[in-house]
Ligand binder design. Structure first.
Ligand SMILES: [Mg+2]
Length: 291
């Protein structure tokens, strides 16, 4: 495989099996590449606290950290590190409190619609700084594994049709965006089958901002980057998973790889490699320039 100047990757399910899983296996390969000047960007929907207990960067020296980036919170936060190894943020896309409350209103309206019209109950996680997670399968607990589980999409589609909701996942995304439009709040909705996530930004904002930074400061272009995830998979009708939001007009010339084994439709830019976190770890090791 070609050697990339920058590697963007999802965290849960791609770099580690789950949030509670030890980070030991991935640190070594990351450290080797950062030391050689390869840029690594963790692109995750979560916040820093959920990535290696918020301590991931402490495994790396200040020099290594200069090549490390985090694009977190579904487009809300981007982090780089200065000469002394201190984190700084750039290109934030965080709603103010008023906008956040409006996002909450939209999510509650979605919940009410599904309950009123379809007798379908949901739970809403309100505590994220910039979006809500609507749990569409309240009976189905993922435990510590936060990524798409085998058969989840099928179970959700069965649940939806049992409640008389037609249109499947695309219908849900459209419902969310339509309710937002009606309320005058232009929300973006994404889904990984268990959760419908509703906010004003996405992983697209993270990769665009971080690649823009790399372009400006290091002359790196999209064709020199690869993008790794475990949730590119399609849900049919042009609805793809959260990692597919890393494919943008700005990044499209890059290479996109999926480590998920799950069969299904993916965006045409994506090559399915399978192999899970092990495959991604092997890739990082193989990217080492010398020794
Ligand atoms: Mg993932």
């Amino acid at each position: 495989m070609k050697k990339y100047k920058a590697i963007f990757f999802d965290w849960d399910g791609t770099a580690v099996l789950s949030r509670k899983a030890p980070v030991d296996d991935i640190i070594g390969p990351m450290k080797a590449l950062l030391g050689e000047g390869v840029k690594l960007a963790v692109i995750s929907g979560t916040t820093m606290e959920n990535i290696g207990g918020g301590k991931l960067y402490t495994y790396f020296t200040p020099e290594e950290r200069r090549n490390l980036f985090f694009g977190l919170g579904r487009g809300a936060f981007n982090y780089g590190f200065d000469e002394s190894g201190e984190a700084y943020t750039f290109g934030e896309k965080l709603p103010d409190r008023e906008m956040l409350v409006q996002i909450h209103d939209v999510c509650y309206a979605i919940h009410k619609y599904l309950l009123n019209e379809h007798g379908l109950n949901t739970d809403i996680v309100f505590s994220r700084p910039n979006y809500c997670k609507i749990d569409l399968m309240v009976e189905n607990n993922r435990g510590e594994a936060l990524f798409l589980q085998e058969g989840e999409k099928e179970r959700l589609l069965e649940t939806l049709s049992a409640h008389g909701f037609v249109g499947g996942l695309k219908g849900l995304v459209e419902l969310a965006e339509n309710i937002g439009r009606e309320m005058g709040i232009p929300v973006l909705a994404t889904t990984d089958a268990k959760y419908l996530e509703v906010g004003i930004s996405s992983k697209s904002d993270n990769v665009n901002t971080i690649l823009g930074f790399m372009e400006e400061n290091h002359g790196i272009i999209a064709g020199e980057c690869s993008f790794w995830g475990d949730e590119y998979i399609g849900f049919g009708e042009g609805i793809f998973g959260s990692d597919s939001f890393m494919i943008t007009d700005k990044t499209r010339a890059g290479d996109f790889f999926d480590v998920s084994e799950t069969p299904g439709e993916r965006p045409k830019e994506v090559e399915q490699l399978g192999g899970g976190v092990k495959r991604f770890e092997e890739f990082l090791i193989s990217q080492k320039r010398c020794g």
